[in-house]
Design a protein around this ligand. Sequence first.
Ligand code: HEM
Length: 201
Amino acid sequence: MKTLKQVLDERREKAETPERMDFIDVIVSELNKQNPALSENLALNVLFLMIFASFETTSSGLTAALKFLSDNPKALQELEEEHQQIRERRADPDTGVTWEEYKSMKLTSHVINESLRLANVAPVLFRKATQDVHIKGYTIPEGWIVMICPPAVHLNPTTYEDPSVFNPWRWKDLSEPVGGSKDFIAKLNAWSYNELVRASL
Ligand code: HEM
């Protein structure tokens, strides 16, 4: 946080607005307004959150995906074929991925889901009960903090057969028609009701 504060202070001291603005510049321009939407403290927290939330998650998720693929030549080969077919259909093979192409990458999305399921990038999430919450015969008393443990769900053998095996094809059945299993991090992430709000310890 000290380093971030130093960076923020340095940017704020610069008089001119840069031609190409990065995320810190956007925050600085907001802070320099007469009635900024965020305090300096909040700005520093947002910067910290974005670095942590975006870097730690994608780097470890990608590392795990590469490891799983290098241990599973069949999955790697099918993935390459999927991508190769897309490139062959293009007029220019070096253009960026279009939305239509992205949606057609079925195995790619299965590989991503399966990697995130096994890698458990966010091993715990916290929610705080703002009032007594009744769930399946249990009561979570008001004020209590609940620790959600995605690995317990991701590695549950009643949902995922042979849960410790990397098997991207299992998602053919699990993800349709909505794009993700309800017993999966993407859905758990949305697990926030009026009575259970995000909490940190
Ligand atoms: C593999 C990649 C990622 C995974 C597994 C992941 C996972 C998660 C999870 C589980 C949460 C909920 C935390 C909680 O409720 O306690 C979360 C929140 C968040 N993530 Fe990610 N994330 C990923 C990538 C990213 C990236 C790339 C960004 C930004 C560029 C990002 C920004 C955020 C932000 C801002 C929140 C807080 C949202 C809120 O409070 O409403 N995440 N992420």
